[in-house]
Structures are given as C-alpha cells and as structure tokens.
Design a protein around this ligand. Sequence first.
Ligand code: HEC
Length: 258
Amino acid sequence: MVKETLSTANLSVRLLYSSFLILIGIGYIAAVTYLYMTHAGLDGKSGIDMQDIVTSYYGNRSGTRLEAAIQGPMKIHLQPAQSATIIHWLNTGAPQQGYQNEIRPILQQNCMECHNATTSSMLKIPNLSSFQGVQQVTKVNKGMSIQSLVQLSHIHLFGIGLMLFAVGIIFIKAELSPWLMNTLIVLPFVSILADIVSWFLTKWYPLYAYAVVLGGALMGIAMGAQILISLYQMWLLSPRPISLVLAQSSVDHQISSL
Ligand code: HEC
C-alpha cells in the first residue's frame, strides 16, 4: 500500500490540516509578541535583551525598586543628603526602627503628594504612606517565584506538548528523508524541555538565560519548519503522476505477496 502523503491527501483533509496549522502559526506569533511585551524594558532599558530575561527569572539582586527609583525617575523629589540617608538605610536591611525615625519624615515631606494611600491606588504606584507599603519596594527582586515557575511550566509542558503532537501528526505525512523527518519531529520537544528547565536554572545561575533563549528559538524554528513544509507539500508540491503511484503500488503489492 502507498503511504498516504500530504501531496496526495484529498481536499477536505488538506483544508482541515491547513486551517489548523495556520491557526497554530498565528497563535505562535501572538505568543512571541506577548513575550516581547512582558519582557521588554524589565531591566530599565527599552527593547528586549539578555538582561531582561535574567531580570525576569533571576531578578535584580544588586538593588531594590526604591533605590532604583530614587536614583532614577524619583531623584528630582529629593535632596542628595536625603537620598543618601535612604540608601544607607536600605543597605542596612531597611529595618522598621530606622524607618520611623529617619525615613518616614523624608517620605512624608517629599513623596506623599503622589504616593499617599488614595492617589497611589489611582495611579497604580507604590503606596509609601505606611511601613507595609514601603516594604513592597525595599525587597530585593529575586525574579519569578518557584511557585509561579512551576505553575507556568506545567501549563507550558501540557499545552505545547499537545500542540507539537498535533502538528507532528500532520507533518509525519510529509515526504522527507528519514533523518530530517526524525530530527524535526524530536527537536521541538527537546528544545521546549531545555527551555523550561533553563527557567529554573536561570534562577540559580543567570548565564542559563542563554539556554532559555536558545531553547525557545529552536522550538520555534523546528515547529515553524514543520508547519511550512507541511503547507508547501499540501498545496505547492504537485502529486506524483498517477501512473507512477499505480506502478509503485503494484510493486508494493508484489513485494508484500512475496
Ligand atoms: C509628582 C508625583 C510623584 C512624587 C512627588 C513622587 N513620585 Fe514616585 N512615582 C510617581 C509616578 C507617576 C510613578 C510611576 C511611574 C514611574 O515609575 O516613573 C512613581 C513610581 C515610583 C516608584 C516605583 C518604581 C517602580 O519600580 O515601579 C517608587 C519606588 C517611587 N516612585 C518612589 C518615590 C519616592 C521615594 C518619592 C519621594 C522622594 C516619590 N516617588 C515621589 C510619582 C511621584
């Protein structure tokens, strides 16, 4: 029997396969756009670079949000001496004691115009009117918590696993040399696993951010190749002439009856 291939599949089958592949392709582009929007500028610089990936998983352990703010956009609201007092307090671990005596008066005097309880919730900026509020910006940023990583990774593993399986079931009917076929089938699964494992490794050692990017990119490339090859063979690769198919099938038939 002749193996059913994409170029010989009937019209309904090709329409079903193609609609699915195109939808997945658009979904993938949306996912990459979303990734860009949520990661760009995390490190304070516009655009996306390696540091944004590191900030997202490893965090920025060299300073707190409060320190970054008073040395950046909020600098204009403070005298240099007041700024130095706050940074010294942050470096000693931001204890409640020092807050009451030294920090609270500075914040009350310079920041309450905007960071009071009402305005801050309206503007969605930190509420600096209480110690609890201030604590939100004095914690060192350690990146995404293990809990959110576990949550994200199980959703990704199930979702992407099923998606790759469905795309692969279609792609497997393409005509390709076996080694290329098998590589393209296994590669996206391995890549996404490496990508997700690297999220956790990046929390421990920031250099693994490169593996996160490499894994994600490889999975995208491999899946993109599966989709494009499948679409190409369904619509642009002319099926083998029917006489050839018949000849092949009679050869197959003779072989199987041997
Ligand atoms: C005139 C209004 C105004 C005053 C006064 C002001 N801020 Fe802000 N602050 C903002 C706005 C608006 C944002 C959000 C936009 C941004 O991050 O630039 C913000 C953001 C922040 C953030 C969060 C940054 C982040 O990581 O997202 C911190 C921390 C902060 N301000 C601290 C201070 C401190 C400390 C003072 C007083 C010395 C102060 N601000 C005074 C308006 C103000």
